[in-house]
Structure formats: C-alpha cells, structure tokens
Design a protein around this ligand. Structure first.
Ligand code: ADP
Ligand code: MG
Ligand code: MG
Length: 213
C-alpha cells in the first residue's frame, strides 16, 4: 500500500515534469512581464531534481513522507528562486501528513494539502490577494476539502479543485503583486496572471489528468 502511494507520487511528479518542460518558455515569458523571467527554467530544474530524488527514494523503499521530503529538498536546492523554496517546503509538508505503511485516506490527503499551504504561507508570508501562488493554492485546498466533505472520491475532489485553481490563477491577472520580484513593477503586471499561480494550477491540472492523487 505504501508502495502504491510512492508509485502515485512518482507518477504525479512525472506528469508535472512533462507539463513544466512543455510550458517552460511560456512561464518564462509570463515572469518576464514584471519579474526576472526565470520562472519556467526554475520550475523545470526543480521538478527534474524532485523526480530524480523521488525515484531514488522509491527504489530504496522509502515511506511516502520521506520520499516527498527528499523530492521537496531537491526541488528547493536545484530550482533556485523564491518559487523553488516554496515548492520544496510545500512538498515536504504535504508528505508529512501521509501515513508510513498504508495508502493515504482522503482526510490525510486533505490534511497534507492544508499543511502544504501552511508551510508556503509561513515561509513566504503572502496572503490571498498578494498575487502569488498562494492565490491558486488557497482556493485549491478549500475546494479539495469541500469536495471530499461532500462525499467525492479523492480523484474527483482533486480534479474539481484543480479546476478551481485554474480559474483562480487566471483571475490573478486583475491583481497587483505585493510580494516577490514583481512588486516593484506592480503596475506592469496588471493584466498578466501571476507566473507562480499559473504554473501551480497547470501542474495540478496535469496531475489530475494523468495519475490523480
Ligand atoms: P524569483 O521571483 O525568485 O525569480 P520565480 O520566478 O521562480 O522566483 O517565482 C516567482 C513566483 O514566486 C511568483 O510568480 C509568485 O507566484 C511566487 N512568489 C514570490 N514571492 C512569494 C511569496 N512571498 N509567497 C508566495 N509566493 C511567492
Ligand atoms: Mg523569476
Ligand atoms: Mg529569479
């Protein structure tokens, strides 16, 4: 069962890797509007390192928490940049909510998502509306919890929440950035969605479309 959870985590990271390499240039262009243009490259480097670390941990029969912790650390170390540190902390926190010796229950997946959001906001101090990836992650977590509470399966709840995140990321176009490198050029950013919110929503959608949680 824990083996199945490790396999699911590796599959999800593979889906993320394919997506992020396909979107690397587009994400870089988004980040170049008011930031420094490196978001696409950073996400590609981060996910490559995370997938390699996850595969190594799976081959060593690591528990899901250790696997996602190693993946998160590798992501943060190799991505560079603000979003890499946040993705690393989020993955590690998500894993910490998962059981060691059996497949996670729906409630544990929801607790993991909530823990990831807490880790990201504790590290980055962004609040909803600051035009960061929190603007996609926060509504994702709430929608995931609500769909599970309404009786949806983890896969259904995840897919619905990923769609919520996609709409929320798109809606960041109307916001002015209050955090990160885009803040000094805040006015230039209006009309363009936040790069980190966009990449997060794309990853969630790709994971929902392939492996599911
Ligand atoms: P950098 O800004 O260091 O070049 P990236 O370009 O990889 O890093 O990532 C930029 C993204 O990081 C932003 O679009 C935003 O979503 C996210 N971000 C920046 N600062 C914060 C923060 N304090 N909290 C949450 N997310 C943040
Ligand atoms: Mg950048
Ligand atoms: Mg940078």
């Amino acid at each position: 069962e824990a083996v199945a959870a490790a396999t699911a985590a590796v599959q999800a990271l593979r889906a993320a890797r394919t997506l992020l390499h396909d979107e690397e240039e587009a994400l870089g262009r988004l980040d170049a509007v008011a930031g420094d243009g490196d978001h696409g490259r950073g996400m590609s480097k981060g996910v490559d390192a995370a997938l390699a670390a996850a595969e190594q941990a799976r081959d060593a029969n690591a528990a899901p928490a250790a696997l996602l912790g190693a993946a998160g650390d590798a992501w943060a170390a190799d991505a560079g940049g603000t979003s890499g540190a946040l993705w690393g902390a989020g993955l590690r926190a998500f894993g910490s909510a998962l059981p060691a010796d059996r497949a996670p229950e729906a409630g544990e997946l929801a607790a993991g998502a909530r823990a990831a959001l807490a880790a990201v906001t504790s590290l980055g101090k962004a609040e909803p509306g600051d035009k960061t990836l929190v603007d996609a992650l926060d509504p994702f977590v709430t929608a995931f919890e609500e769909r599970l509470a309404a009786g949806g399966s983890p896969a259904e709840a995840f897919a619905a929440a990923a769609e919520t995140a996609r709409a929320a990321a798109e809606a960041t176009a109307g916001l002015r950035p209050k955090r990160g490198r885009a803040r000094p050029l805040a006015e230039r950013s209006v009309g363009t969605p936040d790069p980190g919110a966009t990449s997060l929503a794309l990853v969630l959608g790709a994971v929902a479309a392939t492996a599911g949680p």
